[in-house]
Design a protein around this ligand. Structure first.
Ligand SMILES: [Zn+2]
Length: 68
């Protein structure tokens, strides 16, 4: 499956946060859908509209990520 990449450092590894500041590892498909890395992960309470890069300081809407 093709994944979208960070516009700055071009990696696919992202996370999202909940109100407690906990992290959930995700990636973003080429259709712009945010998917948890672990299938069994509990996604309730996490904000999927803003993703954070694992490799640099970039964060923002998954729509701003790049294909390559
Ligand atoms: Zn990055």
């Amino acid at each position: 499956m093709r994944k979208l990449l960070c516009p700055q450092c071009k990696i696919a590894g992202m996370y999202v946060k909940n109100e407690q500041g906990e992290r959930l590892l995700v990636y973003v498909t080429k259709e712009g859908i945010v998917v948890p890395k672990e299938v069994e992960a509990v996604t309730e309470g996490f904000d999927f509209t803003e993703v954070y890069c694992l490799g640099c300081s970039w964060h923002g809407s998954p729509k701003r990520m790049v294909k390559f």
